[in-house]
Design a protein around this ligand. Sequence first.
Ligand SMILES: [Fe+2]
Length: 187
Amino acid sequence: MDRISDDSIVDHIEDVFRRRGAESYLGEEVTIAQHMLQTAQCAEQAGADNSQIVAALLHDIGHYKNEIPETSLAKGVDNFHEEAGANFLEDYFPLSVVEPIRQHVAAKRYLCAVKSDYSERLSPASVHTLNLQGGPMNAEEVEEFEKNNYLEQCIQLRYWDEDGKDPERKHPPFSYYRPLIESLVKR
Ligand SMILES: [Fe+2]
């Protein structure tokens, strides 16, 4: 896939939600689209700013690896979903959107290290992936992570990520968030 222009990036994202959104989300009871829309809703209900809401909405887009242009994937080392998503979105969105997305797996490892009861919030599937992702951070990794300029945003996204997995929860459609995404595209 070729690079996507700034003018068509939001159309592309909407198209991905429409065509691929119903796919199941790695052992969760919600689809990937439900999960991302609910995560955005959690952010909005918590009074988050626009960057945080859009970060929440797009944080797992990297699961759709074949919807991401080669030029973005070529930047990555192993292209785990958080890296693939961030390397794709950084061409279009500010760091305040991209950095929490890049760090949302690291934030889980961080929170499990610094909050003894954090793992109780994780879904069974997320506990399983935590182990594959390296488990809780060690002291050195925690120290390094805390230097992030968007530390607070990274942590908050992670909380909403945990909460956006409820099959019964009603949430707005993608179209509700579209103007917000448009407003943050760097041009
Ligand atoms: Fe997620």
